[in-house]
Design a protein around this ligand. Structure first.
Ligand SMILES: *Cc1c(COP(=O)(O)O)cnc(C)c1O
Length: 393
């Protein structure tokens, strides 16, 4: 049987591999500390689950989604949430699109915005979907390296002018996955200037906008005047409300792009179970102290892990956003060797930085979504020293 060339050219999705290794080790009875996949270990807050149950009992929710953009109460809740959070007005009838998780929108945007042979600017290291979505439509990618010396922000001035002129789409993600870096408004202003000059659509992935620490508040690119002409943002309820399994997120921004993505998706899927959309309304309009409590949990784990790594000589800072710690490996290690040694000698699951692109080599990613919480993180720090015998000194 034939398999498509573009699929054959695409390596297995890295986290599927990781899940397989983990299952195998657990079956052998291994005592693991799991810093692997970025999937919250905390449950969805109760009031959101209750909203789902209530809505599921209403037969009105049992039918196809009434609009390809999503149910009107959700679009209004998104626009209200966005205005309260970022101070920017969003038209709920034209500038909002609910998604089957933000991955749905991220993977499908190239189908709506690119032609074969077009060029997309893709950061490296990055969430693999930007590059792969681009590849699936036969478009090309130009890698924007994210370097620690630049705070993991791409160097826009280093993009050659002929590349910038050819580019149709630029992917960005802040707070960043996997590096945990954050961006400021000044950077977004420069991005908007670049995008207007070269007529490039900017797609900003904001999956971690609400997972922040120490008083840091993540900005949005749509806060830059005029940004709606060139930008869309992808938001997710997955990380903010521990709803990864529910599959609900949304896009906001440029209305032509929102319409194009909605038109594309109307040919691909038939929407989201309305009860889940009502639960998303409850999440966005309900009490937000659950988000503060979640951030406090990750911050406590972050402090234990970063202090522990620093105690071993690892030059890593406490990140202000996302639930990751992105640590450089000691001299003489590759990211794969480090991740392997931690797993085999100490039962610690991490992700080698190379899984996120060539510029991720030399780093490992720890996700703070560790089942067992602070106790397990402390245990991992002890095991790093005593069992894996890894030291940066
Ligand atoms: C988790 C994640 C997403 C997608 O989450 P959904 O569950 O599809 O909403 C998007 N981008 C990044 C960088 C992520 O880490």
């Amino acid at each position: 049987m034939q398999i498509s060339q573009r699929l054959l050219e695409t390596p297995a999705y890295p986290f599927a591999e990781l899940a397989k290794t983990k299952r195998a080790l657990l079956e052998q009875g291994a005592d693991l500390v799991d810093f692997g996949i970025g999937d919250p270990d905390l449950p969805t807050p109760g009031h959101i689950v209750e909203a789902l149950c209530r809505a599921a009992h209403d037969p009105e929710t049992h039918r196809y989604d009434e609009s390809v953009y999503g149910i009107p109460p959700l679009r209004k809740a998104i626009a209200d949430w966005y205005k309260a959070r970022f101070g920017v007005a969003i038209d709920p009838d034209a500038e909002v699109l609910r998604l089957i998780g933000s991955k749905d929108g991220i993977a499908h945007l190239p189908w709506a915005a690119l032609n074969p042979g077009d060029l997309a600017l893709v950061p490296d290291p990055a969430y693999p979907v930007y590059l792969r979505g681009t590849h699936f439509v036969g478009a090309e990618s130009y890698v924007m390296p994210l370097a620690p010396g630049r705070g993991y922000l791409p160097d826009l001035d280093a993009i050659p002018e002929d590349v910038a002129r050819r580019a149709k789409l630029m992917w960005l993600c802040y707070p960043n996955q996997p590096t945990a870096a954050v961006a400021d408004m000044e950077f977004f202003e420069r991005v908007v200037h670049f995008a207007r000059r070269f007529d490039v659509l900017v797609a900003l992935d904001m999956a971690y906008s609400e997972v922040t620490f120490d008083g840091y508040v993540a900005p949005a690119i749509l806060q830059v005047p005029g940004a709606k002409e060139i930008a869309v943002e992808f938001h997710s309820l997955s990380k903010t409300y521990n709803m990864t399994g529910w599959r609900i997120g949304f896009a906001v921004g440029n209305r032509e792009v929102i319409k194009a993505l909605a038109d594309l998706k109307s040919n691909v899927d038939s929407g989201v179970f309305a009860a889940i959309q009502h639960a998303a309304v409850a999440a966005l309009t309900g009490p937000q102290d659950c988000v503060d409590r979640m951030c406090a949990v990750y911050r406590a784990r972050r402090d234990i892990l970063v202090d522990g790594l620093r105690g071993l000589g690892c030059p890593v800072e406490k990140p202000k956003g996302s639930f990751y710690v992105w640590a450089p490996v000691p001299k003489g290690y590759s990211s794969e060797k480090m991740a392997d040694q931690m797993l085999k000698d100490a039962g610690i699951i991490s992700t080698p930085g190379g899984a996120y692109g060539a510029f991720g080599a030399g780093f490992v990613r720890f996700s703070l979504t560790v089942p067992g919480g602070e106790e397990k993180v402390s245990e991992a720090v002890a095991r790093l020293k005593d069992k894996a015998r890894i030291s940066w000194q």
